[in-house]
Ligand binder design. Structure first.
Ligand code: CA
Length: 227
């Protein structure tokens, strides 16, 4: 089970970054497009679970992107959340007529948009939202980001949280540093493989701060595994 993937199609760089930052902090993987054309191209390359689509975009508009995706059988089922600065009811109706699954008016509260993304994901990938993962005495709630070991709450940074989520989805699986970089940091970002070791170290420290054995296993020449 991979991290849920959200495609953001938004031409305003600041808004794009805020969205991507918040979605990634919630454990989603994001890809970003700055116009409709690029958005359509990215859907081809790497099918997202949910699309957050701005209405007003250069070249191909958000409405047109939505219409194209919703008329194709292979992309029809991808939920689309439209963003728009227009609040008139007539626009809402038009937005929904193009097949958008939800509609959020700008300016929006980020928390509200996150909730809408989770709602759409629950429809398409129920197992990835609001799920409690358990490994031995460790519990991880993917929705609230709460991690506990025995009865102690474990505070983790966003990277350590994503690392632990990846491990807990497939206990026992050996992950190479390169695989972990792909899954946890994202394939577009260049990060040295030694960075993985640093964050594994932090994760281990956090998980063992109240005692208990280190659940992360180093597999010589291969990488890391949980259990
Ligand atoms: Ca725009």
């Amino acid at each position: 089970m991979s991290q849920p993937h959200v495609l953001i199609v938004e031409d305003e760089p600041a808004q794009r970054e805020v969205l991507s930052y918040n979605l990634e902090a919630e454990g989603f993987r994001t890809t970003k497009a700055e116009d409709g054309e690029q958005g359509l191209m990215l859907v081809e390359e790497d099918t997202p679970d949910v699309i957050v689509l701005d209405w007003m975009l250069p070249n191909v508009s958000g409405i047109e992107v939505c219409r194209q995706l919703k008329t194709r059988s292979d992309t029809r089922s991808i939920p689309i959340i439209m963003l728009s600065a227009r609040s008139e009811e007539v626009d809402k109706v038009r937005g929904l007529e193009t097949g958008a699954d939800d509609y959020v008016v700008k300016p929006y509260a980020v928390a509200e948009l996150m909730a809408r993304v989770r709602t759409q994901l629950r429809r398409v990938r129920p197992s990835t939202v609001g799920q409690i993962l358990t490994f031995e005495d460790i519990q991880l709630d993917s929705e609230t980001h709460r991690v506990t070991r025995k009865s102690f709450e474990i505070k983790l940074g966003p990277t350590e949280f994503r690392l632990l989520t990846t491990f807990m989805e497939k206990p026992g699986r050996v992950w190479s540093r390169e695989h972990l970089l792909d899954r946890v940091w994202g394939r577009d970002i260049y990060v040295d493989t030694r960075t993985v070791d640093v964050h594994i170290g932090r994760l281990r420290k956090a998980l063992t701060q109240h005692g208990g054995t280190d659940p992360v296993r180093t597999v010589r020449g291969a990488g890391y595994a949980l259990g």
